[in-house]
Design a protein around this ligand. Structure first.
Ligand code: PHE
Length: 339
C-alpha cells in the first residue's frame, strides 16, 4: 500500500510541471503496457484472494487519480497555449488601426469574376444571372441529364423540399432560362454561386463559383468556340500561352471538350500543380446539344451554339498561386490584404 501511495505522489509531482510531451511520457511510464501500475496488476496472481482484491482496488484507484491529474494538467496547458495565441493574434481595434483609412478592396474571387467578365464584355457578351435554387428540370432534365446520371445522386446534390428543388450544381441551368426568354441570337456569360455535396479539402468546397458562357446563332461552329476561348485565355493568363482542346463528355454539349493551358508554374517542365503533365485543365465546353435547343423551342436545324463553364476559385488559385481553396473563405485580413 505504501508503495502505491508513493507511486501516486511521485506521479503527481511529475505531472505538476510537465508539458504536453512529458505528459504522454508519464502516461506511458505509469499506465502503459509496461507501466509501473500495469506491472503491479500483472503481479497480482501471486497474492491471496483478499490481497488481490485490496491491491487491485488500490491500483485501479491510483490509475484513476493519475489519469484525471494528467487530463487536468493537459486542459490547463491548452488554455495557456490558447491564451498566448489569442494574445499574439489579438485584433487591434484602436483608432490607429483604422486611421488613416485604408481603402477596402474586392475579394479575390469577386476580382476574378470582374476580370473575366470584362474580357468577355469586350468580346460582345452580356452578363446575366440566374437563381441559386433550381428545380430538377432546369438543373438536369432540360440539360439532357437523365434520371440515372450519377451527378443527380443525393450524395452529390443538395436537395431541398423533397427531390423537386435543389441548390444548383452548376451555372448551366441559366442557359435554359435565358433561351426560354429570348430568341437567338444570344451571347451571354453567367457568373454565379454553385453547390455540391462534397467534403471540403485543399481543392474542394461545397460552395464555389462558376462562370458559364454561351452563344447561339446561325452558323456558329466549333471554330467560334475555339476563337473565343483562346482569345479569353490569352487576355486573361498571357498571350504566349499554349492552349489545347481535349475531347471530353458533357450531357448537354456534343461534341464536348476540356481546355488545358500550358503550365506557367514550371514552363511545362512538370510540377506538382500540373501533376507533371505540363498542362493545366481550366474549363469544360462544347457545342450546345440539339436536344437542348429543341427543349427551349429553338429551331435546331437553323441555329447552333457553343457553351463553356469554368470554376472561378480554381482560376483565382491558378492566377495568384494559391494552393488551398479554404484560404478564399476564411476572410483572414492578412490573406485578403495581399490582393
Ligand atoms: N456545367 C459543366 C460543369 O459544371 C461545365 C460546362 C458548361 C461544360 C458548359 C460544357 C458546357 O462541369
Amino acid at each position: 500500500m505504501d508503495d502505491i501511495k508513493q507511486i501516486i505522489d511521485r506521479a503527481l509531482a511529475e505531472i505538476k510541471n510537465a508539458d504536453l510531451a512529458v505528459l504522454e511520457d508519464i502516461k506511458t511510464r505509469y499506465l502503459g503496457k509496461n507501466g509501473v501500475l500495469t506491472q503491479i496488476l500483472k503481479s497480482l496472481l501471486q497474492y491471496s484472494i483478499e490481497d488481490k482484491r485490496i491491491i487491485g482496488l488500490e491500483t485501479n484507484g491510483a490509475k484513476d487519480i493519475i489519469v484525471s491529474e494528467i487530463e487536468k494538467r493537459k486542459k490547463s496547458l491548452k488554455k495557456v497555449l490558447l491564451d498566448e495565441k489569442m494574445h499574439k493574434e489579438k485584433l487591434d481595434y484602436s483608432p490607429s488601426f483604422y486611421f488613416p483609412f485604408s481603402k477596402g478592396s474586392f475579394h479575390p474571387v469577386v476580382q476574378t469574376i470582374k476580370n473575366i467578365s470584362s474580357v468577355f464584355k469586350l468580346l460582345g457578351f452580356s452578363i446575366v444571372e440566374g437563381p441559386e435554387i433550381e428545380t430538377d428540370w432546369y438543373n438536369f432534365e432540360a440539360l439532357n441529364i437523365p434520371e440515372s446520371h450519377p451527378s443527380r445522386d443525393a450524395q452529390d446534390t443538395f436537395y431541398i423540399e423533397g427531390m423537386k428543388n435543389l441548390l444548383r450544381t452548376h451555372t448551366s441551368p441559366v442557359q435554359i432560362h435565358v433561351m426560354e426568354k429570348q430568341n437567338p441570337p444570344v451571347k451571354v456569360i453567367v457568373p454565379g454561386r454553385v453547390y455540391r455535396n462534397e467534403a471540403s479539402d485543399a481543392s474542394h468546397s461545397s460552395t464555389f463559383h462558376q462562370i458559364e458562357g454561351f452563344e447561339v446563332d446561325e452558323n456558329i461552329s466549333f471554330v467560334d468556340l475555339k476563337a473565343v476561348l483562346i482569345n479569353f485565355i490569352h487576355q486573361f493568363f498571357g498571350s504566349e500561352l499554349g492552349v489545347r482542346f481535349r475531347p471530353s463528355h458533357f450531357q448537354f454539349t456534343e461534341p464536348s471538350a476540356e481546355v488545358d493551358i500550358q503550365c506557367f508554374f514550371c514552363n511545362c517542365g512538370g510540377c506538382r500543380i500540373c501533376k507533371n503533365s505540363g498542362w493545366i485543365e481550366v474549363l469544360g465546353c462544347g457545342m450546345v446539344h440539339p436536344d437542348v435547343l429543341k427543349t427551349v423551342n429553338y429551331d435546331s436545324e437553323k441555329y447552333t451554339g457553343y457553351a463553356f463553364g469554368m470554376g472561378v476559385e480554381r482560376i483565382t488559385m491558378l492566377k495568384y498561386g494559391i494552393d488551398d481553396i479554404r484560404l478564399l473563405y476564411e476572410n483572414d485580413l492578412r490573406f485578403l490584404k495581399q490582393f
